[in-house]
Structures are given as structure tokens and as C-alpha cells.
Design a protein around this ligand. Structure first.
Ligand code: SER
Length: 388
């Protein structure tokens, strides 16, 4: 199955069970939200998990584009992408978690063809505030799926305050040969689908109060699921990356870790630009700037003459289509090139300034401040230029 078929199978399965598809999936949270980017499918639904009636009803399904910068340093590993799509389902005070887990098992094994013997689940084991999730435990035992109980790993929250609750995570074995060990002890168990029994709200003082309704919030990373279904060893090998693997090596021959970082950051930059963000020194624009500068640093490490001018149009177009963004590739490319020129200018200036005798020795905080305030050179950049 390719990615589009997996999405279709997922959406149809839940539509047949009374879920309405939410449309629109911008990366930009609504005004007043302190978070820079949408990090999960549930994020835009927070007010509805807290009890506000959703205009489309109590059963929802969607495909949400997400950006997680917490994983930026893990980029290149087999299971993380900065920008990715998340399939999600919600029961807003309607059905319970065990029904949702039963559907997940059926969809994975019958709809998507996963071998049931390659599944394991984790379930919340309980602490002194919230008891163990016996309903989920029972469901998995009835299905014959091995279960591991944990406490911290099976408690989901999206921030210091807000909706939260125990979760049950479904793992798929990605190793060679028969499954071994358990998800917390062997990372060949890859988490594919998380079900959060979203019933609590955490307050500022850390205490928990019940939400007005018992919700179920589920999410699964699309590229990760697809790569496992396609028998690939990393997200960078699923069909989403076929055009990248076909076109990029001819333009920039890169080793595998650099290829992964460049693809990840370029896709992310394109999607962030596609949602209307522009490079800047703070906030969302700064995240975008960091993505572009990190990928240029990798490209220029081997060959400083490389330029985003050579980025094939098809890759920009393919990414905008994949994320259903209704903007043309021309404007996105122009922004990428303008940022490249700004960065190249900054590096030139940085090298000239740092060559002055005053900056040859160890730098003080005052030096860093001066370099930043007078020459626009961020500390991070100064540090990397001095390592050249
Ligand atoms: N909120 C959960 C997650 O992001 C499930 O959607 O994993």
C-alpha cells in the first residue's frame, strides 16, 4: 500500500463508524495559543476536549500536518521527521477507549494487513492519583496482544497545564526475525498508534481535575506507519521520499545522514513557508530560519558552491501537494533563495570580523554580545565559524 492508500483506508474505516472528517490542517495554531506550531492532531481540538461542542459532532477523524522541533536533534534517525502527518481520531465524550483500541487492532491487522504476532501494547499501570487502566489491559488480553505496564511512559500531556490522561500505545516489531523483549527495553519495537484516555486536566499547581467529558484522542504518525507497512527500515525510505531519492543525488551527492537531514529540513521549510511563515529572528520565522541554515551548513560543508537554485521544482511541488497546500512552488523557492543569500552574506561578514586580532583568543560574553548587536552574528553561528 502506498501512503495515499493508507490514508484512504484509515479515513474510510472511521467514516464507516460514524466519524466526520475535519478539513483544514494548518501548522499555525490559532491566535493566543502559546505554542508556535501544531504538534499533534489533538492540539487544535483542545477546546472541544475541554467540553465545547464541536460543530461536526462527537466522532472525528483527520489528517493533521504537525511540526515537532523537540526532535530536531534526532533528525536522521529511522523514526523521526520534523514535519510529518498525523492520522487521528477522537471521541468527544462519546465512546470509550477500549472500543477505540479494538477498532485499531482490527484496522491494523485486517485493513492494513499487519501480522498480529508483531504487535505489542503498553498500558498505564496506575499510581497513587490515577488507578491502572484495566479496561485497556483487558482488551489487549482478549486479543492476545502482549502488554507491558508503565507509569510515566503511559501518561500523555501536551504541556504543563491542560487536558491529559493515561494512554495505551501500540507498537510494531521492526526487527529481523521473531519479536523479542518489550517496547521499553528494545527500540526495535516502534510506536505506531497512541490512544489517550483524555479525561483529566492538569492545573498550574500540578493537581488533576476531571474534564467535563471522557474523551479518547488517538494519533499515529503516517510516514512511520507507512515505512513499517512497506517493510522499510526508516521513514526516509517510504514512498513519500521516492522523488527525493530519485532526484536529489544527481544534484547534491550526499552521504545518508546528510541526505536525511537535507530532505527533512527542506520538506519542513517548504511546508512552513507554504503555511505563510517567513524567515525572521524570532518565533516561527526563527524556526524556519534555523531549518534553512542547518541544511545549508550541511550542503556547504562538502561544497560551498552548492545553491538552492538547483533544488528541483518537482520536489517543492510534490511536498506542497503531499501536505495539500494551495500555493505555487515559485514563491516558496524565491523565499528559500532569499534566505540562502542572507545567510551567505552573514557568513562572509562573520568570517571577516572574526579574523580580527581581537577575536582570536577565547571570547567573553561581552564579545558575543558585541558580535550579535553590532554585526548581527548569533552566538551559535560565531561558535561554528570559529570551528571552521
Ligand atoms: N495526543 C496523542 C499524541 O500526540 C494522540 O493523538 O500522540
Amino acid at each position: 500500500m502506498n501512503t495515499d492508500q493508507v490514508v484512504r483506508t484509515f479515513i474510510e474505516y472511521f467514516e464507516e463508524r460514524g466519524h466526520r472528517r475535519i478539513t483544514g490542517s494548518t501548522l499555525l495554531p490559532s491566535p493566543g495559543d502559546p505554542v508556535l506550531f501544531t504538534t499533534s492532531g489533538m492540539h487544535p481540538l483542545t477546546p472541544y476536549l475541554e467540553g465545547r461542542p464541536h460543530p461536526q459532532g462527537r466522532r472525528l477523524v483527520n489528517v493533521q500536518r504537525c511540526l515537532r522541533t523537540t526532535d530536531l536533534d534526532e533528525v536522521g534517525d529511522p523514526t523521526h521527521l520534523t514535519v510529518f502527518e498525523m492520522l487521528g481520531t477522537w471521541s468527544l465524550g462519546d465512546y470509550e477507549g477500549s472500543l477505540s483500541l479494538g477498532w485499531a487492532y482490527e484496522l491494523l491487522t485486517e485493513g492494513l494487513g499487519v501480522d498480529p504476532g508483531l504487535l505489542q501494547a503498553t498500558v498505564y499501570g496506575g499510581d497513587d492519583r490515577v488507578g491502572p487502566d484495566t479496561a485497556s489491559l483487558r482488551l489487549w488480553q482478549e486479543r492476545g496482544v502482549p502488554v507491558e505496564l508503565t507509569v510515566e511512559d503511559n501518561w500523555w500531556f501536551n504541556g504543563p497545564v491542560g487536558p491529559c490522561g493515561p494512554d495505551s500505545e501500540i507498537f510494531l516489531w521492526s526487527g529481523e526475525g521473531p519479536p523479542r523483549s518489550t517496547p521499553t527495553r528494545d527500540d526495535r519495537w516502534v510506536e505506531v498508534w497512541n490512544h489517550v484516555m483524555m479525561r483529566h486536566r492538569r492545573l498550574e499547581d500540578g493537581s488533576l481535575v476531571p474534564l467535563p467529558q471522557r474523551n479518547v484522542d488517538t494519533g499515529l504518525g503516517l510516514e512511520r506507519l507507512v515505512s513499517l507497512l512497506q517493510g522499510r527500515t526508516s521513514v526516509f525510505d517510504c514512498d513519500v521520499f521516492d522523488p527525493w531519492r530519485r532526484l536529489l543525488p544527481a544534484v547534491w551527492p550526499l552521504d545518508e545522514p546528510s541526505f536525511r537531514l537535507v530532505c527533512d529540513h527542506l520538506r519542513s521549510a517548504v511546508v512552513v513557508l507554504g503555511d505563510g511563515v517567513r524567515p525572521a529572528g524570532t518565533g516561527r520565522g526563527y524556526v524556519l530560519r534555523r531549518l534553512v541554515r542547518r541544511l545549508l551548513t550541511v550542503l556547504w560543508r562538502d561544497d560551498p558552491s552548492r545553491s538552492l537554485e538547483d533544488l528541483p521544482d518537482e520536489l517543492v511541488g510534490h511536498t506542497l501537494d503531499r501536505f495539500r497546500q494551495d500555493v505555487g512552488p515559485g514563491g516558496v523557492r524565491r523565499e528559500l533563495l532569499a534566505e540562502e543569500q542572507r545567510f551567505a552574506g552573514l557568513l562572509r561578514r562573520g568570517r571577516q570580523v572574526l579574523a580580527r586580532p581581537r577575536f582570536r583568543g577565547p571570547l567573553t560574553d561581552d564579545d558575543f554580545r558585541y558580535l550579535h548587536d553590532t554585526h548581527g552574528l548569533p552566538r551559535e553561528l560565531v561558535v561554528s565559524l570559529r570551528q571552521e
